[in-house]
Ligand binder design. Structure first.
Ligand SMILES: [Zn+2]
Length: 78
């Protein structure tokens, strides 16, 4: 068995606990950003009438449901 003092045991335990919290935090942040990007991609702003609508199709040119004008899906991250 490896001889270890109480202070080293506490330091090792704290380091493992904080590393686990950091890994979970990074994982949740990656999932949250991916979900936010999907929602932002589906949200379209009509430049003619100013309405906002959601479209889940994969087309880049979309018809506005209010004024029937064509809008381009923007990929800028705001
Ligand atoms: Zn419109």
């Amino acid at each position: 068995m490896i001889p270890i003092t109480l202070s080293w045991f506490v330091c090792f335990y704290l380091a493992l606990f904080l590393a686990g919290v950091l890994i979970l935090w990074i994982g949740y942040e990656i999932v949250r950003k991916r979900h936010a990007n999907i929602l932002a991609r589906n949200r379209v702003f009509c430049r003619i009438c100013g309405s906002r609508y959601n479209d889940i199709s994969s087309a880049d040119i979309l018809h506005c449901p209010v004024c029937e004008s064509l809008n381009e899906r923007t990929t800028s991250k705001e």
